[in-house]
Design a protein. Sequence first.
Length: 170
Amino acid sequence: MKERSKRFHMTMDISLMFLLIFFDQFTKWLAVKHLKDKPAFILIDKVFVLSYLENRGAAFGMFQNKQIFFIAISTVFILAVVFVLYKMPVTRKYIYGECVLVVLLSGAVGNMIDRVINRYVVDFFYFELIDFPVFNVADIYVTLSAAALFILILFVYKDEDLDFLKRNRD
């Protein structure tokens, strides 16, 4: 029964991940189709704009044109998250952690797809009011899930709740 439950959770995780990645890639496709080589589309004047950008760096434009580096780091990160999801017990206690990790994984994979296929990431959301760097849906996944994971580790899970990462495979 436990094996069946684990398989069900893995199937649900993969399904959610594909849905989230599809949404990310669809919004990037829309940005390319409707925003590329066009003036910014103002949603809220002087506050929020849709503006096409090909980001060849990391957050805030750091490490421009280091695609192999980003792909390598992303691959290690993705494998680490998959490992944690695989080892995570199938109990009610871990359902939030599982969901957060799936969203985090979806964001990492969504941006990695862009880096592998295009050699850049398509960004298009821009908060002009605070001059925040242009970002995309995958960035939202990563940022919100990283914050949620931080909260879970800090306030919900105790040290012993993460012991499953230390145990040998049964």
